[in-house]
Design a protein around this ligand. Structure first.
Ligand SMILES: [Fe+2]
Length: 458
């Protein structure tokens, strides 16, 4: 069965056959339009070729959504939406998020928390789910409706800070490390307003507002998670707000939690496919376009040792916003100056940190963390910041990716070879993309990247 999402932002498509996710990709990787809201024709056709049974599930209920658009005074309610594929079934937006979280999780029963901006009406919801005769059965236990919305509130603050809402929330999140939580009252008041009209906060320091927002978000989610924890000790968490890795870390300390690494609306496509299938699916993040070519890890490491920043485009591209080794730029993390080298290529804000990828068995030597964190969903304090200064944030934290022995990614043999040669099990890892563009997808994209930046892509 096919699941797809489109029409708002981050259109995506996924195929599940017999409990296996055969394909999942963001539309933007093909169309090259960042956060593309339309489903790309190549992505859609690939999904149709791979799908065994012709079932096509959409991640929203369009009619219900139009009632909300009518209520909100948005003109969009007048136009029926054109969809790139013809759905055979529809599921609600939050149920699609819930299924993407639960059916990919290691749990057989769980409470599910979904927090996002807006789908049809729900903006925050709590579900329970269990398998009966191998099929997931969901019950909605609680929900909050538009216009109350934690996601819209956070996006409104992002916009207030001069950033693009529904895109640059991650930059606003990174700014929090430079601020103090001194404006919590102002930020909280904004949360309880009809926040879709935008935030009017006056002249406060942006980093202080970012830090205050982080604290308020943590407090709000603590309350919601406590409510969910009444139903199960396992919690699955989805919706775009689950991309806030700082807040996620606070929650992980308290709960046995699973976050599918593509928890936003693109992940809703996988959720819809999961709902159409019904059962548990085996999860891997490497689900997109496949670049099949030989890559010698020793050559990659040779180049990094020559102080070069190198690209890797190998195997299936990642589903989700983070590069996890198959579409990555890698560099030596042991000198702070590496940051400038990578920044020259990526042209990003100087204050934003790069992330470390580490051999999983060594992660607790370098970070104060549990035994694994494979999808960059959490941040942890570094125990040896002087050893790897290029991938540590100003507050000594890092968004760690642990790479296990059985990883499918080429990143594992590269890290092993790097460790053998240097004694350091860490590499700086950031996404392989031309500035302002989505991540490299095909070999052709990789060649373009090489030409533009003079960086070898293996
Ligand atoms: Fe959503």
């Amino acid at each position: 069965m096919i699941g797809f999402s489109e029409g708002f932002h981050d259109a995506a498509v996924a195929v599940v056959n017999d409990g296996k996710i055969c394909y999942a990709t963001h539309s933007e990787r093909y169309s090259k339009i960042k956060h593309d809201k339309h489903l790309d024709i190549t992505a859609a056709s690939t999904a149709q070729l791979l799908c065994h049974d012709g079932k096509i599930a959409f991640y929203e209920r369009p009619l219900l959504k139009r009632t909300r658009q009518f209520f909100a005074g948005q003109k969009a309610w007048r136009r029926p939406r054109h969809l790139s594929l013809k759905p055979t079934q529809y599921y609600s937006h939050h149920k699609s998020h819930a299924a993407a979280a639960f059916q990919t999780s290691p749990f057989d029963e769980a409470a599910i928390v979904v927090v996002d901006s807006i789908g049809e009406w729900d903006t925050t919801s709590i579900w329970t789910a269990e398998y009966k005769d191998g099929k997931a059965v969901y019950k909605k236990r609680w929900s909050q409706w538009y216009p109350q919305s934690i996601g819209l509130w956070y996006s409104a603050l992002t916009k207030w800070a001069g950033l693009r809402p529904l895109d640059e929330e991650y930059i606003f999140m990174g700014m929090a490390a430079y601020g103090k939580p001194v404006n919590m009252n102002v930020v909280e008041r904004q949360l309880h307003k009809y926040n879709h009209k935008g935030a009017r906060l006056g002249k406060y320091d942006k980093c202080d507002i970012a830090k205050s927002a982080e604290r308020i978000l943590q407090l709000e989610l603590n309350t919601i998670f406590a409510r969910a924890a009444q139903y199960s000790k396992h919690i699955c968490y989805g919706g775009g707000v689950a991309l806030n890795c700082v807040v996620n870390t606070g929650l992980r300390e308290m709960y046995d939690m699973w976050i599918m690494p593509c928890p936003g609306d693109a992940g809703g496509a996988l959720g819809a496919a999961c709902l159409a299938y019904g059962g548990k699916v085996a999860f891997t993040p490497y689900l997109g376009y496949n670049i099949q070519k030989f890559c010698d890890p020793r050559r990659v490491v040779d180049a990094i040792l020559e102080k070069k920043v190198v690209g890797v485009a190998n195997g299936r591209s990642e589903f989700g916003p983070r590069a996890l080794g198959n579409r990555s730029l890698l560099a030596d993390p042991r000198e702070a100056s590496t940051k400038d080298l990578v920044n020259e290529i990526k042209k990003r804000d100087k204050f934003r940190p790069f992330a470390p990828a580490i051999l999983e068995e060594h992660c607790q030597d370098y970070f104060d963390m549990p035994k694994q964190s494979r999808y960059m969903s959490y941040v942890y304090k570094c125990k040896q910041p002087r050893a790897i200064p290029a991938c540590i944030h100003v507050d000594n934290s890092a968004r760690v990716q642990t790479v296990p022995e059985d990883s499918e990614s080429i990143l594992r043999p590269i890290l092993e070879c790097w460790y053998e040669r240097t004694g350091c099990p860490v590499l700086l890892n950031t996404s392989l993309n031309i500035k302002g563009k989505p991540m490299v997808n095909t070999i052709g994209d990789a060649k373009l990247f090489e030409m533009k930046y003079d960086v070898t892509v293996f």
